[in-house]
Design a protein around this ligand. Structure first.
Ligand code: PHE
Length: 455
């Protein structure tokens, strides 16, 4: 395979940072806290952590093995490993899923730009109470034109970087910024945990009340684990396909999973104490972090500087995730349809923007998309649940069935060990991929359908 022509990471570190860049994003800092808040706090977090290690890590490794072996996009990869079968449709579902996730993700990423602007201009200064912060947020979501514009801007920046290719564009953008984000989050967590009333927030996410668990909560925790690790839609297949030979790919995958989970928990340590300190309800929904964070900055010395740095980093963390979402879709059209990178980026970026418009409009009260007839849920939240929870779950389930039963565990392990590094606990890995993941995920999906507890 002409890997040089497709592009490659410059080495293991380049891969880790790019894959961590894909995994770490709004999923950790925006989606995790509000989903945990809506689903009862501690018990959700516990189930999420269980899924990260019991299902997430085996799926990360399976996807990386598929990419490593085939050096292809998700559709091409399944076509190589299972020629003449319908497995390529699984790759197709992943590409569609990535496309839709990108469309609503860009809207929230646009919000980070608005807050960055607010921090730079000083408009966020003096936002000390939850009420004041709610007014600022209300002004944003009351302005659909602005949200469409911001989502479009974010998609345009994403498209420009993806056009630049693998090591030139994507890798450069991630290498320095991820470590800075980590350090800032630690600082903010310390401030937040020492706020008056902060302890109550810690109790909320660290004490599990199992009476709050429903199958909807379990499905949301599974979806969150997969979403946060960028699994179930082929991103790790695609990123694994750019891994140079000779690098320890399974170790890199596990490092990414640990890094990603740490950042989500850190976000929880920032948001929940601050939320209880400011008196915001944990169930506030998608606006949660945007309402809570300004009240934290207001209580930090030189808060404006922290706010600028934080929103800039959040926007960048989102960008390294949107890059991976678009890259999966683009790599399919480049590899399989023979499109040029420029054409793929332009056509798909524009189409994605069109789909982002209803999501952007869906946050404004009174808009048609704000509460969909018969569902009582907004368009963005609906996409988030269908594609961000269920489609990723189906994708992860099928990847395990493919790796465990079609391609076979010995072949998966051979691919993971092709660099000469042995995979530790490989029999546990095989057991998780063949039995635990398929049974658990299928069981949850069937239970959700039977009991109709979709949200
Ligand atoms: N993992 C990213 C985040 O947490 C989102 C994402 C999902 C990116 C799926 C790629 C694929 O923000």
């Amino acid at each position: 395979m002409a890997s040089a022509a497709r592009g490659q990471w410059s080495g293991k570190m380049g891969f880790i940072l790019a894959a961590a860049g894909s995994a770490i994003g709004l999923g950790n800092i925006w989606r995790f806290p509000y989903t945990a808040g809506e689903n009862g706090g501690g018990a959700f977090v516990l189930i999420y952590l269980f899924f990260v290690f019991a299902i997430g890590v085996p799926v990360v490794l399976s996807e990386l093995a598929i990419g490593r072996k085939t050096e292809r996009n998700p559709v091409g990869a399944f076509a190589v490993l299972a020629p003449g079968t319908r497995w390529r449709w699984l790759g197709g579902l992943g590409i569609l899923t990535g496309f839709v996730i990108l469309s609503f993700y860009a809207v929230i990423a646009g919000w980070t730009l608005s807050y960055l602007w607010g921090a730079v201009t000083g408009a966020l200064n003096g936002v000390t109470t939850a009420e004041q912060s709610g007014v600022v947020f209300g002004a944003l979501i009351g302005n659909p034109g602005l949200m469409v514009f911001l989502a479009g801007t974010f998609l345009a920046i994403t498209a420009m970087i993806v056009r630049g290719g693998i090591s030139g564009g994507i890798e450069k953008a991630t290498t320095i910024l991820m470590p800075i984000l980590l350090v800032m989050l630690i600082g903010m967590a310390i401030r937040s945990m020492t706020l008056p009333g902060g302890a109550e927030g810690l109790a909320y996410i660290f004490s599990a009340d199992f009476s709050k668990i429903t199958v909807g909560v379990v499905a949301a925790a599974l979806g969150q684990a997969l979403f946060s690790l960028s699994l179930g839609m082929g991103a790790m297949i695609t990123y694994g396909s750019y891994m140079p030979e000779g690098e320890n790919i399974h170790q890199a995958g596990i490092i990414v999973a640990i890094f990603d989970t740490t950042i989500a928990l850190l976000a929880g340590l920032i948001i929940f104490p601050a939320l209880f300190s400011a008196g915001v309800a944990p169930t506030a929904g998608p606006g949660l972090v945007f309402v809570v964070l300004p009240t934290v900055f207001a209580q930090i010395p030189a808060g404006q500087i922290f706010a600028i740095a934080f929103y800039a980093l959040l926007a960048i963390a989102a960008l390294t995730s949107t890059i991976s979402l678009l890259e999966v879709v683009v790599s399919y059209f480049v590899d399989e349809k023979g499109w040029s990178r420029t054409k793929a980026v332009t056509v798909l970026g524009t189409a994605c923007f069109a789909l982002a418009v209803p999501s952007a409009l869906s946050q404004t009260e009174g808009s048609f998309f704000y509460s969909l007839p018969g569902l009582g849920i907004d368009f963005l939240s609906l996409q988030n649940i269908i594609w961000g929870n269920y489609s990723l779950s189906i994708g992860a389930l099928m990847v395990c069935v493919f790796a465990g039963w079609k391609w076979g565990i010995p072949a998966v392990i051979t691919a993971l060990e092709s660099s000469g590094h042995r995979l530790p606990a490989s029999s546990a890995f095989g057991f998780l991929v063949k039995f635990v993941c398929p049974v658990a995920v299928a069981g949850i999906l069937v239970y959700v359908i039977v009991t109709q507890q979709y949200f």
